[in-house]
Design a protein around this ligand. Structure first.
Ligand code: NAD
Ligand code: MG
Length: 394
C-alpha cells in the first residue's frame, strides 16, 4: 500500500482531533506531513510527539517560540513555521497528497484554496470558505485536478447518496436535496425564551461535540443556513431545491430525493469520524472507530419543519443565498464577529441575529470577482459588525 502524506489544518480543533484519531488507526495508509494550530500549543506539541510531522504551523511568533521549546527534546526535528503563508505552503507542498481543511472561519480560506490550486485531495470541513467565496472556490476547483470531498456530515451524506462522478444532478433525476438539521439545543424554544441563554447553554449540543463557533452557529441555526449555501455550491443546486428537515435524533445525516419517488439517505451514529474516514479513504472504505448503528436502540426517527420565525439567523442566511453576490461573505463575516461577541459575553444570544441583519442591511452588494474583492467585503462587514456590537453592548 502506498503511504499517503496528509496535512491537517486546524489539527487542535474538534475535527482535527477526530481526523488524527482515524489516521492513527491506519499507519500503513497515512503519514502526517504537517499539523497546524492557533492557540492550544500544548495540544499541538502532544500531537507532534505522537504523529511526528515534518512541519508544525502556528499563527504568531510567541506561540512558535513556545512550541519550539516544547519540542526541543524530540530526537527527530520538527520544523515550526509561522503564519498564513506557511499554512499555504504545507497545503500545497509537492509531497502532500491529502489536506484536511479544518480551520474554523474565514482564516481557512487561503490555505484551503492553496490546496485546491495544488491539485490535492481536499477534505473540506471549513464551510466558511465556500460561503465566502463559493464562486471563486468552485472555479479554482474546476480548473485544477483537485478532488473535493465534503466533511460536513450532511454534505458527506448527500455525496454518498449520489452516483459517483455525476455532476449535473438534474440530468440524473435528482429533484431535491434534503438537508438534515438537529434543531440544536434550543429546538422548540421561542425567541423570547432564548434571550438570556449563556454561552455554556448554547455550546451544549444535544448530539454533536464540536468547537465553540460551530456550536453557537448550531444553536442559532446559522449553521444550517451556512450549510444550505455550502450545499448549493458543492452540488450546483439552486437554493429552492435544498430543503431543511429538522431531525432531532441526528441519525439520518441527509437525503437525496429523485424524480421517480425514491429517497436515498445515509445513516450513522453522530460521530464525525464516519465522514472523515469516508473522505480519507474514498473511493475505498476504512474502519473509523465509530460503533455500529443499532436501529433497535434508536427506535424512533422524527422530522419537523424548521422554525424560521424564532431562529432569524436561518432566514438571514437563506436571504443572502437568494441575493447571491457577496451577501454570503457579508453574512459570514458579521456572524463571526457576533458569535465571538456572544462568547465573550458582550451581547446576548438573540442579538447575534441583530448584528448580522444590520450588517446585511448596511452593505451594498457587488459581484466578488477576485479574492481581494472577497477579502474587502469581509473586512468591511467585520468592521461594521464590530462597531454595531460596541453600540448595542450593554
Ligand atoms: P474548533 O474551534 O474545535 O477548531 C478550530 C481549529 O482552527 C483549531 O485547530 C484552531 O487552532 C484553528 N484556528 C482557529 N482560528 C484560527 C486562525 N485565525 N488561524 C489559523 N488557525 C485557526 O472547530 P471545529 O469544530 O473543529 O470546526 C472546524 C471547521 O469544521 C469549522 O469550519 C466548522 O464549521 C467545520 N465543521 C465542524 C464540525 C464538528 O463536528 N466540529 C462538523 C462539520 C463542520
Ligand atoms: Mg453539519
Amino acid at each position: 500500500m502506498i503511504l499517503q502524506q496528509i496535512t491537517v489544518l486546524g489539527a487542535t480543533g474538534s475535527i482535527g482531533v477526530s481526523t488524527l484519531d482515524v489516521v492513527a488507526r491506519h499507519p500503513e495508509r497515512y503519514s502526517v506531513f504537517a499539523l497546524s494550530g492557533n492557540t492550544k500549543v500544548s495540544v499541538l506539541a502532544e500531537q507532534c510527539r505522537k504523529h511526528r510531522p515534518r512541519y508544525a504551523v502556528v499563527m504568531d511568533d510567541d506561540t512558535a517560540v513556545h512550541l519550539r521549546g516544547l519540542l526541543a527534546t524530540l530526537d527527530t526535528p520538527i520544523e515550526v513555521l509561522v503564519g498564513t503563508d506557511a499554512l499555504c505552503a504545507v497545503s500545497s507542498d509537492s509531497e502532500v497528497d491529502i489536506v484536511m481543511a479544518a480551520i474554523v472561519g474565514a482564516a481557512g480560506l487561503m490555505p484551503t484554496l492553496a490546496a485546491v490550486n495544488a491539485n490535492k485531495k481536499v477534505l473540506l470541513a471549513n464551510k466558511e470558505s465556500l460561503v465566502m467565496a463559493g464562486h471563486l472556490f468552485m472555479q479554482a476547483l474546476k480548473s485544477s485536478s483537485a478532488v473535493l470531498l465534503p466533511i460536513d456530515s450532511e454534505h458527506n451524506a448527500i455525496f454518498q447518496c449520489l452516483p459517483q462522478n455525476k455532476h449535473d444532478l438534474s440530468a440524473i433525476g435528482v429533484s431535491k436535496l434534503l438537508l438534515s438539521a438537529s434543531g440544536g439545543p434550543f429546538r422548540g424554544w421561542s425567541a423570547d425564551q432564548m434571550k438570556n441563554v449563556t454561552p455554556e447553554q448554547a455550546c451544549a449540543h444535544p448530539n454533536w461535540s464540536m468547537g465553540n463557533k460551530i456550536s453557537v452557529d448550531s444553536a442559532t441555526l446559522m449553521n444550517k443556513g451556512l450549510e444550505l449555501i455550502e450545499a448549493c455550491w458543492l452540488f450546483d443546486m439552486p437554493a429552492d431545491q435544498v430543503e431543511i428537515v429538522v431531525h432531532p435524533q441526528s441519525i439520518i445525516h441527509s437525503l437525496v430525493q429523485y424524480i421517480d419517488g425514491s429517497v436515498i439517505a445515509q445513516l450513522g451514529n453522530p460521530d464525525m469520524r464516519t465522514p472523515i474516514a469516508h473522505a480519507l479513504a474514498w473511493p475505498e472504505r476504512i474502519d473509523s472507530g465509530v460503533k455500529d448503528l443499532d436501529l433497535f436502540d434508536v427506535s424512533l426517527l422524527e422530522f419537523e419543519r424548521p422554525n424560521f420565525a424564532d431562529f432569524p439567523c436561518l432566514e438571514l442566511a437563506c436571504e443572502s443565498a437568494r441575493i447571491g453576490l457577496d451577501a454570503p461573505a457579508v453574512l459570514n463575516a458579521a456572524n463571526e464577529i457576533a458569535v465571538q461577541a456572544f462568547l465573550d459575553r458582550r451581547i446576548g444570544f438573540t442579538q447575534i441575529a441583530d448584528v448580522v441583519k444590520e450588517s446585511l442591511s448596511n452593505a451594498i452588494f457587488s459581484e466578488p470577482r477576485s479574492l481581494i474583492a472577497v477579502q474587502e467585503s469581509d473586512t468591511k462587514a467585520r468592521s461594521f459588525a464590530a462597531a454595531y456590537v460596541s453600540r448595542i453592548e450593554s
